[in-house]
Design a protein around this ligand. Structure first.
Ligand SMILES: NC(=O)c1ccc[n+]([C@@H]2O[C@H](COP(=O)([O-])OP(=O)(O)OC[C@H]3O[C@@H](n4cnc5c(N)ncnc54)[C@H](OP(=O)(O)O)[C@@H]3O)[C@@H](O)[C@H]2O)c1
Length: 272
């Protein structure tokens, strides 16, 4: 009995300071007046996320390369404003160019949530095109690393923030014809799980969303030359962009582990 009590005392002496050193992340109950930066915010999933966030009274900054598309998206997103003083801004940059991106992001001010959504898919067989591997890794993986690298110091300084990586179902399991794409999306999961260990002491959470096929301009483009599509059949039901918001919103509930949200059309299968 004496030894058990002694062990408990020793455990308490070790654990109590750790709790203060690594405080649990503060739960985000509301997006109201939080500032959300969305890369790839001018189209598809990124734009839909912006609309849903604005409906929840967040300030939103959209980032992408094409100025005209950004301006059109800004006007569409603005329609959903709830408060007069809600801000919707646009920033023009290529996420694959770290210097350009970090210069632009230095102008965005304080950031609460970063959603790394800029990305693309290409369906090709392994031997089709060596350059595709680099192209997809540069955009889907390094684009997310670049944006996170640029904004993390601001979040650490205020000891609050959340980073979302938009992966794909192809980031959970290999899908025929998606060697380059799958690899770039698997990489995000490894990045997120490791990053959380470093940033959690600063009150910063990390999530990864794994959307299924979703009706977007990017998906339409992907399907144009998807020969494999005909031979393998459609694996998943196609989701609407609105359903995908659920994936990225679920992070709000759990911030002490990387929340991984896998959505199969209407159903959220896994969120831990
Ligand atoms: N749709 C799906 O079925 C599906 C499924 C699973 C995962 N996802 C993932 O979800 C994300 C969004 O996909 P989506 O279908 O919504 O695509 P989308 O409609 O093509 O939108 C892509 C967005 O990313 C921006 N973008 C592309 N390259 C960029 C770059 N180098 N720098 C900055 N911005 C860039 C685009 O604007 P600019 O071209 O003007 O830069 C656009 O705003 C991607 O990461 C994709 O892999 C999509």
């Amino acid at each position: 009995m004496f030894y058990i009590i002694l062990m408990l005392i020793v455990l308490a002496i070790i654990c109590i300071p750790l709790i203060f050193w690594f405080p649990p992340c503060k739960k985000i109950d509301s997006l109201s007046k939080l500032h959300i930066v969305i890369t790839g915010g001018s189209s598809g999933i990124g734009k839909a996320l912006a609309m849903e966030a604005v409906k929840r009274q967040a300030d939103v900054s959209l980032l992408a390369r094409n100025k005209t598309k950004l301006e059109n998206a800004r006007k569409e997103v603005e329609e959903y404003k709830i408060l007069e003083n809600q801000e919707i801004n646009t920033f023009c940059a290529d996420v694959t160019d770290y210097n350009q991106l970090s210069n632009v992001l230095s102008e965005v001010g304080s950031v609460d949530i970063l959603i790394n959504c800029a990305g693309m898919a290409k369906a090709e067989l392994f031997e089709d095109n060596l350059s595709t591997y680099k192209q997809l890794m540069d955009l889907n993986y390094f684009g997310s690393v670049n944006a996170t690298f640029s904004l993390l110091p601001k979040m650490k300084a205020k000891r609050f923030g959340h980073i979302v990586f938009v992966s794909s179902m192809a980031g959970q399991l290999g899908i025929f014809g998606y060697a380059g794409y799958s690899a770039s999306k698997f990489a995000l999961r490894g990045l997120a799980e490791t990053l959380l260990m470093e940033v959690r002491p600063y009150g910063i959470g990390v999530s990864v969303a794994f959307p299924p096929d979703t009706e977007t301009p990017g998906f339409k483009e992907e399907n144009k030359d998807k020969v494999i599509y005909e031979t393998t059949g459609i694996l998943f039901d196609i989701a609407s962009v609105q359903e995908i918001f659920l994936l990225c919103l679920l992070f709000v509930a759990r911030r002490n582990s990387v929340s991984q949200c896998l959505c199969w059309s209407f159903f959220t299968l896994d969120c831990r």
